[in-house]
Design a protein around this ligand. Structure first.
Ligand code: SF4
Ligand code: SF4
Length: 78
């Protein structure tokens, strides 16, 4: 299996207000709503486009891979 579970969009359910904007915008249908909160219902469909992260009005979505890419530029120093 691909080891990219930690790279999936993380949705903070304590912050999410269930507006549904990320679900409507997600081009691949990876997101869905469960119990009034956004959820990554089909992780394999996610292309890390970051549209959901950009649209969320309360910044409940975080794409960890963006941090990884930034940090990788420092690894060449070692
Ligand atoms: S990063 Fe893009 S494809 Fe993945 S869940 Fe968000 S909007 Fe959908
Ligand atoms: S856009 Fe943000 S607040 Fe709205 S459903 Fe998605 S994660 Fe929740």
């Amino acid at each position: 299996m691909m080891d990219h579970a930690n790279w999936m969009p993380r949705i903070a359910h304590s912050i999410c207000i269930g507006c549904g904007e990320c679900i409507a915008l997600c081009p691949t249908g990876a997101l869905g709503q469960r119990e009034g909160k956004a959820n990554l219902i089909a992780p394999s469909l996610c292309t890390y486009c970051a549209a959901c992260e950009s649209v969320c009005p309360v910044n409940a979505i975080e794409l960890p891979y963006l941090v990884v890419l930034v940090n990788s530029s420092h690894r060449e120093e070692s």
